[in-house]
Design a protein. Structure first.
Length: 735
């Protein structure tokens, strides 16, 4: 089929009708006429009316069922210029109050000037028989709203804003979108979830907004704090550090920022407080989050449901006798404190009996106990270990689709006597605050975790600050019980934590080392291990599920990105039977192991039991179960049996997960962990990162690299301090 109107830069067409449109994301199927030919156009588009002329960027695709289609990636709307085109556009139903007959009368009255009348002299619509002043105002408003929103969408797409995000922005601002964005693009950061400083700054600079504009400087100061929170986990920055970082990022002098900082402090968008003699500056949301956490913990402590000590001790002895175990003094103390106190923290490394203690607490506390963990994998592991249902914290609190908003809160608290949370090291300040808001006074809170693991990916250091404050009763488990004689994984984890070298290649053990001097050689060895040797050793027919490669680095020859490419090629090679979609440099193929890498509170999911909901979170791991190459949609099935569909733009939220960074593996446990140890930046290769990686393994650890790199990590006990205020808040509340 030849199409006369196809140009080098796209397809020029006149819209005839819209067959399908998803108002949430703008995905449309449209019939159009290009020259003498009728064509089908698919893609994320603004609402289009019959008669409109458009220039569509994109390419031809062949649909197996519907044939040749134009897959649009962009749309430039041109006003109809012919009388018939204007009449069809006005009568298309897009403009409220105008049907085909009214459209005909408007065109008869004003001819080719009809659209100009609607936009510039709407009062003249009363010259058309049957249109009064009120109806004229309604027609003009509807026309301007529709036209303005569509123009805004095209405007945003020209600056690289994804179509789905452009739809959201144009819907939020309506007809005034372009005007508001041209005036202050930085308002997008506060108004629209998914728009960050860099996107707003790119639009602003393209529009000619000066580098030293007040809008830009204020947004840049807040961005420096947001980056410190998102990238390093800080909830505040010292004043001098904030000014230095903001000045460098904005490429302006620090003096220019002083007035804007004062303005932000005055408006309480940023809050100042004294922390250990430092002038600490916080975004208001972090200031109030840590303040609330300390206050709620004090309230729970004060409303403790005390138990009689003698009865608790007897119950513990009965549990030991029934299960034929013997607790250490520390374990017995941990159970006793948990039952007698309103709030308690229990921390310990692998093999110290945390799961056994949780089971004892469940036995002693009876009904009314809820179990939770930060991730789906951690919750699933908790359920398997206790025989009781455990939920993710998001599901426990009944997440309702908006960031940080839950159905369970002060007005609708959880109906329970006790909540036990495992993997507390992963809980950030906002999730902790949401949990505490949902607990009634008198509810017990038992927090279990490993204080020596890496802190949460999100901002704050909740577990570490609680322990350092001394304000909350805590028990640290030190005696090793689980597999203490047989398992070198447990023994070596504790040796590394104490600064001692791990024992390597002991005959009959579960901890092995393969020597490779260079990163590329280590990567090749790891692929060989995962593809053939380890599956045979483990008797596994699904190595992608049973073996997890963890790397301390991302961009090296044995880093996350390179290993994922190599492991995908070895474990899930291309095939005519495996459809795939390319996004950037990544091919997402049927059967691939993938991870969701950004909290998306609106992404819909469906579960096997028919349940539906929204929200997929950073760190969720699953497998691609379906690839639709025509509509460019990928379906991922996650570990907790949720199925999630990703359109093409949403693929930016997925990464291959054959190899994970150690940070991303937190809260998970795998039968086998393989890890390159070939050296790298000392700030990354730390003892607690090494320790965290090893404690992810249940049955087998294989290290590949150099002994000196292992020794360097064990010696490197540098722990990057997080600037947080929670410890100080807890200490103040305890006075």
């Amino acid at each position: 089929m030849a199409v006369d109107s196809q140009q080098a830069d796209g397809l020029e067409a006149v819209i005839e009708s819209t067959i399908f449109r998803n108002e949430e994301n703008g995905y449309s199927v449209v019939e159009a006429r290009a020259g003498r030919d009728k064509v089908t156009v698919v893609g994320t588009l603004p609402a289009l009316a019959a008669g409109e002329q458009v220039l569509l960027s994109g390419a031809w695709v062949e649909h197996p069922q519907y044939g040749r289609q134009w897959k649009a990636t962009g749309c430039e709307i041109r006003k109809p210029t012919t009388l018939l085109g204007i009449e069809r556009y006005l009568g298309s139903g897009l403009i409220h109050g105008v049907g085909p007959s009214t459209a005909k009368m408007i065109v008869q009255e004003f001819g080719k000037q009809a659209l100009n009348v609607l936009s510039e002299h709407p009062e003249r619509l009363t010259e058309v028989p049957g249109i009064g002043r009120k109806r004229a105002e309604q027609i003009a408003k509807s026309y301007l709203d529709q036209y303005g929103a569509r123009e805004a969408m095209v405007f945003l797409q020209s600056y690289g804003v994804p179509s789905s995000l452009a739809v959201k922005i144009s819907k939020y601002y309506g007809a005034s979108a372009q005007q508001k964005i041209r005036e202050n693009p930085y308002r997008l950061i506060d108004d629209i979830e998914g728009v960050g400083f860099l996107t707003a700054d790119r639009i602003a600079l393209s529009l000619g907004i000066p580098q030293d504009s007040d809008y830009r400087l204020k947004a840049g100061v807040k961005y420096a704090l947001q980056e410190a929170a998102g990238g390093e986990g800080h909830t505040y920055l010292p004043r001098d550090m904030l000014l230095q970082r903001a000045a460098e990022g904005l490429r302006v002098s620090g003096e220019l920022l002083l007035h804007q900082l004062d303005s932000l402090l005055f408006s309480r968008e940023i809050v100042a407080m004294d922390v250990d003699g430092q002038d600490a500056l916080l975004l208001s949301q972090y200031f109030y989050a840590e303040k609330e956490i300390a206050r709620y913990l004090k309230l729970l402590m004060g409303a403790a449901q005390t138990a009689v000590q003698d009865a608790v001790e007897q119950d513990i002895r009965d549990f030991e006798r029934f299960h034929r175990i013997h607790f250490s003094d520390n374990q017995r103390l941990a159970v006793s404190e948990a039952v007698r106190r309103g709030v308690v923290v229990i921390t310990g490394g692998p093999g110290t009996g945390k799961t056994t203690i949780i089971n004892c607490m469940l036995s002693l506390l009876g009904s009314g106990v809820l179990l939770a963990a930060p991730t789906g994998r951690a919750a699933k592991r908790m359920s398997e270990a206790t025989g009781h249902e455990a939920k993710t914290l998001h599901r426990l609190l009944e997440y309702n689709g908006d960031e940080g908003h839950f159905q369970r809160d002060e007005q609708n608290p959880l109906d329970c006597a006790c909540v036990i949370v495992d993997e507390m090291s992963m809980v950030d300040v906002f999730l902790m605050r949401s949990l505490l808001r949902a607990l009634k006074p008198g509810t017990r809170l038992i927090m279990v975790g490993d204080a020596d693991q890496l802190p949460s990916v999100g901002a704050g250091n909740v577990l570490g600050d609680i322990l350092r404050s001394g304000a909350i009763p805590s028990v640290r488990l030190t005696d090793i019980f689980r597999q203490s004689e047989e398992s070198l994984i447990v023994l070596n984890a504790h040796r590394i934590n104490h600064g001692e070298a791990p024992i390597l290649n002991q005959k009959g053990s579960d901890f092995f080392f393969e020597r490779r001097a260079q990163p590329d050689a280590a990567a090749e060895a790891i692929v060989g291990l995962c593809a053939s040797r380890l599956p045979a050793f483990l008797k596994s027919d699904d190595p992608a599920r049973d073996i997890q490669v963890l790397s301390p680095t991302k961009k090296t020859g044995a880093g996350v990105y390179q290993l994922n490419k190599m492991l995908q090629a070895a474990l899930n090679p291309p095939s005519r039977m495996k459809p795939e979609i390319h996004y950037g440099e990544t091919a997402f193929r049927l059967g691939d192991k993938v991870m969701h890498v950004k909290n998306n509170y609106q992404l819909a999911w469906k579960a096997d039991d028919g349940a539906e909901g929204e929200g997929v979170f950073n760190g969720d791991v699953g497998f691609i179960s379906k690839v639709d190459t025509d509509d460019r949609v990928v379906t991922v099935r996650y570990d907790d049996e949720r199925a999630v569909e990703y359109d093409y733009q949403q693929l930016e939220e997925l990464e291959l997960a054959y190899c994970l960074s150690v940070h991303k593996s937190q809260g998970s446990e795998f039968p086998c962990v393989v890890m390159p140890v070939v050296g790298g930046p000392p700030r990354l290769l730390t003892r607690n990162l090494f320790y965290t990686a090893l404690t992810r393994a249940r049955k087998l650890v294989v290290l590949v690299g150099r002994e000196d790199a292992i020794a360097a990590m064990v010696r490197n006990n540098h722990i990057a301090a997080r600037f947080t205020t929670l410890r100080q808040r807890l200490e103040e509340e305890a006075r």
